[in-house]
Design a protein around this ligand. Structure first.
Ligand code: ACO
Length: 325
């Protein structure tokens, strides 16, 4: 039996120019480079310029991904943007990127699952391709979290940054075996009982304001390791693979201590884990495509490598994906 599979045929990334170091933050907040590095592994983050919106970041990443794939905008059937920081309440940021790319057919929409957003968007894209409803899909994670941070709250504002990453997925026929390139499986979960642990205290339907990010850091940390482990197990089972088969772990980049715990769980040495949290901080839905692009761009990730992706975010939402690059 022939199977349709979503293969990664291009990726692209974009980071705003402005670098904000821990040292710079320590001049306006009661914090220190030492505290931030020790607790999170973060050294610096990028912050978008005032006139740079999420769609601008996503557009740059999308253009780079299309170029890498050798595709034009006219080749794409579907654009999915994972973001919690859309340019406007509506329409979807994906439609703004669609217009800027000059794509006038197909569909474009946003997916909102906070830091798990990219895994969710990948799952949706994979299922559209498997169902034969789309052939070439642009999946983008783009965020300007700097806009929803309370810059007076040292317990949250030091943790996040802005950026965007994109993948082009193309349908390919195969036998459905784990040795073949493409998205092998995706696994998404949520548990809405944990709203209070991580949320934004505003919204158009409640306060009519944008609001600011609020987080119980310890509570999120505790859940993150347990839930992402569960998602990783589901991906290993579905792929019929063992931790020893994984070439690269590409985790959501929230905190180096969470990343190290996940690597330990998979028995992977840290040189098999893609880490960007030191330079990007937590870019929410953008962190995984940014990490994938960096590691494929510098030659660490090679065609045929088996990649485990995992994330957890507000909601709670969490998930994983197993991808043969
Ligand atoms: N600088 C200095 N001190 C600080 C800072 C700061 N930036 N922030 C907090 N502190 C202080 C606290 O006030 C507290 O002081 P106290 O003991 O006098 O009360 C002390 O440091 C310890 O604070 P904790 O919150 O207990 O520190 P912890 O070791 O738990 O680290 C952190 C906090 C880094 C937030 C950690 O809990 C974490 O990474 N959690 C997971 C967060 C995460 O993954 N978020 C992303 C989820 S994805 C999404 O959807 C957005």
């Amino acid at each position: 039996m022939r199977h349709l599979r979503a293969q990664v045929v291009g990726c692209g990334a974009y980071l705003p120019e402005r670098v904000v170091s821990n040292e710079e933050l320590s001049h306006r907040l009661d914090t220190s480079d030492e505290w931030i590095r020790q607790r999170t592994g973060i050294c610096e983050r990028r912050i978008a310029a005032d006139d740079e919106h999420t769609s601008h970041l996503g557009l740059q990443a999308a253009r780079a991904a299309l170029e890498a794939a050798g595709f034009g905008a006219g080749d794409i059937d579907l654009i999915i943007v994972a973001t919690s920081t859309p340019d406007q309440t509506f329409p979807a940021t994906a439609t703004r990127i669609q217009a800027e790319l000059g794509m006038t057919r197909g569909a474009a929409f946003d997916v909102q699952a906070v830091c798990s957003g990219f895994v969710y968007a990948l799952a949706v894209a994979d299922n559209f391709i498997r169902a034969g409803q789309s052939r070439n899909v642009l999946v983008i994670g783009a965020e300007t979290f700097s806009r929803i941070l309370d810059w007076e709250d040292r317990s949250t504002c030091v943790l996040f940054g802005d950026g965007a990453g994109a993948l082009v997925l193309a349908a390919a026929e195969g036998n459905g075996k784990a040795e073949e390139r493409g998205v092998l499986s995706t696994h998404i979960y949520s548990d809405g009982r944990h709203n209070e642990a991580l949320y934004v205290d505003g919204g158009p339907g409640s306060t009519r304001t944008v609001g600011h990010l609020r987080m119980e850091g310890r509570e999120v940390f505790r859940h993150a390791v347990v839930r992402m482990s569960q998602a990783i197990d589901a991906a290993l089972d579905a792929g019929g693979v063992t931790p020893g088969d994984i070439d690269w772990l590409v985790p959501h980049q929230a905190n180096i201590r969470i990343i190290e715990a996940m690597a330990k769980r998979l028995n992977l040495p840290m040189d098999r884990v893609v880490v960007t949290v030191d330079r990007h901080a937590n870019t929410s839905a953008a962190s995984i495509p940014l990490a994938l692009c960096e590691a494929s761009g510098d030659g660490r990730i090679q065609a045929g490598d088996l990649i485990m992706i995992e994330a957890m975010g507000g909601g709670f939402t969490w998930g994983s994906a197993l991808v043969r690059w």
